[in-house]
Design a protein around this ligand. Structure first.
Ligand code: CA
Length: 221
């Protein structure tokens, strides 16, 4: 899962970035509104955390532009404490949720998880795909009820595929959400990772559909 953090206060940006990385997300950060608008308009994120007071273009204007352009990425807005009018404006501009500053990092992570799974069409924190279960709170995967020991990278891959288990995920999309952009990872690295996961989850747990991408094969897992 790939998250963009837009925040010009360096300490908050660093804390939020570190917290989300620890929670298993690939995190990119930017400090100004113009770059945020461009990234949100051209890149594919699972969530954007957006501060409202930003240099170059304020957060509300950025959010309105994304929504006007039909961008539906979930957006969590960071507002000043007690500024109820900011919260109203943020939600009216198309925010999916808000968090008043200062906030506890645990709350940020809980809201991030909820927004990401809801935008993928899942209501609860535990998502099942056939014999596979993903507990997004514990960051744990079970196969047939048995916990599977995964590395952080393996977890990210399985989590992404289970969130999107109703479709085939193209390799470039999967790479982007695993590593972020500009990483230069190749499709063969992905294939090696999938091969390791098949050993842990079952030989037919993840299906490679040549030319199309990857699907969690829920029944065979
Ligand atoms: Ca700010």
């Amino acid at each position: 899962m790939r998250v963009l953090v837009v925040e010009d206060e360096k300490r908050i940006a660093a804390d939020v970035g570190a917290t989300l990385r620890n929670a298993g997300y690939v995190v990119e950060t930017t400090e100004d509104g113009e770059e945020a608008w461009f990234l949100g308009d051209t890149e594919d994120y699972d969530l954007i955390v957006l501060d409202l007071g930003l240099p170059k273009m304020d957060g509300l204007a950025v959010l309105k532009r994304w929504r006007a352009a039909g961008r539906t990425i979930p957006v969590l807005v960071l507002t000043a404490r007690g500024a109820w009018s900011e919260r109203v404006e943020g939600i009216d501009a198309g925010a999916d949720d808000y968090l008043p500053k200062p906030f506890h990092m645990e709350e940020l992570v809980a809201r991030a998880r909820a927004l990401i799974r809801r935008s993928a069409g899942h209501g609860g924190p535990v998502i099942s795909a056939g014999r596979l279960t993903l507990d997004t709170r514990q960051m744990r995967v079970t196969a047939g009820g048995v916990p599977v020991n995964l590395t952080p990278l393996e977890y990210r891959l399985v989590a992404y595929l289970i969130h999107h288990h109703d479709r085939t995920v193209p390799a470039p999309e999967l790479l982007e959400h695993l590593y972020g952009t500009d990483d230069g990872r190749e499709a063969n690295a992905l294939e090696a990772l999938v091969a390791r996961l098949r050993k842990k989850l079952g030989p037919r747990s993840i299906e490679t559909r040549r030319g199309f991408g990857y699907t969690i094969d829920a029944d065979a897992a």
